[in-house]
Design a protein around this ligand. Structure first.
Ligand code: UDX
Length: 433
């Protein structure tokens, strides 16, 4: 099939490379010339395991990138995915202007694309956006009609950073939201290799498909916040929350995943999506109290780490080490990382913050936000002379830290991820154990 993809961020690039691997011809459209150049050179604009290898194999063969929407006319796509960002507004709602602008730009060329192309929204958008914003923008600019001249569908992604290629090829489900039989058939053809392997397909309408994405992320985020809440209770009782989590995870109805209590969730999805669905619900007149509480618990976890630190040492004028900057291990992404409120809290206390993350990209990304923090290339010099250390990300290498703590001037270690071993000579505080 001929597949167009508008937007070449983390989702658009992964989808492009994986669909080329399915044997489709893919054309990426992105307004950023440097991204277009990178893709055509077979280089991923984002860091994701396996992505570079796929791009290297298919770029220039069956995968091309362009900044000119007009190129889609000759390419004659059967399906065009919109994989554009939906940033957060100040009130937590999503800003759909980028998606709308992309739909408009696509609309201008849609008029000249032959056949019955299917436009598929992959961006995370609140229920109603595809029908009320994307469809009308496409119709306005193309002069064509949804369901008559072109199809409209929603196909959310559930890819995790750090394992996006793997997740794409082994999904738990495929969600196809559309009222158009031709759009459904086209999506089934796009994903034929996965469907043949037995991946369940959820065949639903536009709005339910949009909601499924939010419900999925809201549920997982709330699960982590619930185990964090339970973990905080355990800490008050002097009980190990991890022992409790392992036991309740044996109940099939609860499940063992997403029960690691600690500093809370970050990244590009959970914080944005929970806020967006809460804001969208309130606009409908419903106040989702449990989801709001999940957000509040998440905001509180870094504060609890700082409170634990305060209970042992006054860090004013002291060096304090922060270990871990990425929002989770295996990525350079620091968006909404719990390290951000931790560093801010330390600076408010007048501490001199020294930070380390095993990923150089994560260090660089955080350095842009905190120019006055010193970022070092390994754990030892970071701990050297520090009155205290806070562990924010569960990078596996932190589990091996031992004698490095002897380099500290103090001995307080607050572990937000249960990754550092307790040992003699350290005042060790686990966040929930
Ligand atoms: C998430 C969803 O999993 C994915 O389906 C969606 O498409 C995008 O959002 P991602 O943000 O890449 O993926 O990270 P994920 O591995 O789900 O972790 C999210 C956050 O939760 C991380 O900050 C992680 O540290 C935290 N987390 C996760 C916990 O604190 N405890 C857990 O037990 C699990």
């Amino acid at each position: 099939m001929q597949i167009g993809i508008v937007g070449s961020g983390y989702v658009g690039t992964t989808v492009a490379a994986c669909l080329a691997d399915f044997g489709h011809d893919v054309m990426n459209v992105d307004i950023d010339e440097s991204i277009v150049r990178a893709l055509n050179d077979g280089e991923a604009p984002v860091s994701e395991p396996g992505l570079d290898a796929l791009l290297e194999r298919y770029a220039g063969e069956s995968l091309f990138a362009t900044s000119d929407y007009e190129d889609l006319v000759d390419f004659a796509p059967d399906v065009v995915f919109l994989a554009l960002p939906t940033p957060t507004n100040d009130d937590g709602s999503i800003d759909t202007s980028i998606v709308e602008a992309g739909a408009e730009a696509l609309g201008t060329v849609l008029a000249d694309i032959e056949g019955h192309p299917i436009v598929v929204v992959k961006s995370t958008v609140v229920p109603g956006t595809t029908q009320d914003v994307v469809g009308p923008a496409l119709e306005r600019e193309s002069g064509k009609r949804v369901g008559v001249d072109f199809g409209l569908a929603v196909n959310p992604e559930f890819l995790k950073e750090g394992s996006a290629v793997e997740d794409f090829n082994d999904p738990d489900k495929l969600v196809f939201g559309t009222d158009d039989d031709r759009a459904l058939e086209a999506l089934e053809a796009v994903y034929a290799p996965l469907i043949e392997e037995g991946t369940p397909v959820v065949d639903t309408d536009l709005r339910a498909a949009e909601m499924i994405k939010y419900a999925n992320n809201a549920f997982l985020a709330a699960k982590v916040s619930l185990i964090n809440d339970i973990g905080n209770i355990c800490k008050e009782f002097g009980i190990d929350a991890y022992e409790v989590a392992d036991a309740i995870g044996l109940d099939d109805r609860i499940g063992e995943q997403f029960l690691r209590s600690g500093a809370g969730w970050g990244g590009s999805c959970f914080p944005k999506d929970t806020k967006a669905i809460v804001a969208a619900a309130r606009e409908q007149g419903y106040d989702p109290q449990l989801l709001q509480a999940a957000i509040d618990v998440n905001d509180r976890q870094p504060q609890r780490m700082l409170d634990l630190l305060d209970s042992h040492v006054d860090v004013e004028g002291e060096r304090v080490a922060v270990l871990g900057l990425a929002f989770k291990p295996g990525t350079d992404d620091v968006r909404n990382s719990r390290a951000i409120p931790i560093i801010e809290g330390l600076q408010e206390r007048g501490a001199e913050v020294i930070a380390y993350d095993p990923n150089v990209g994560a260090r660089d990304n955080m350095a842009e936000r905190f120019p006055d923090v010193e970022f070092l290339a390994s754990a030892s010099p970071t701990l050297s002379g520090a009155a205290a250390a806070l562990v924010v990300t569960d990078w596996p290498e932190f589990a091996d830290l031992d004698r490095e703590f002897d380099l500290m001037s103090g001995n307080v270690v607050v572990d937000g991820r249960r990754i550092v071993e307790r040992r003699d000579g350290l005042v060790y505080e686990g966040l929930t154990w």
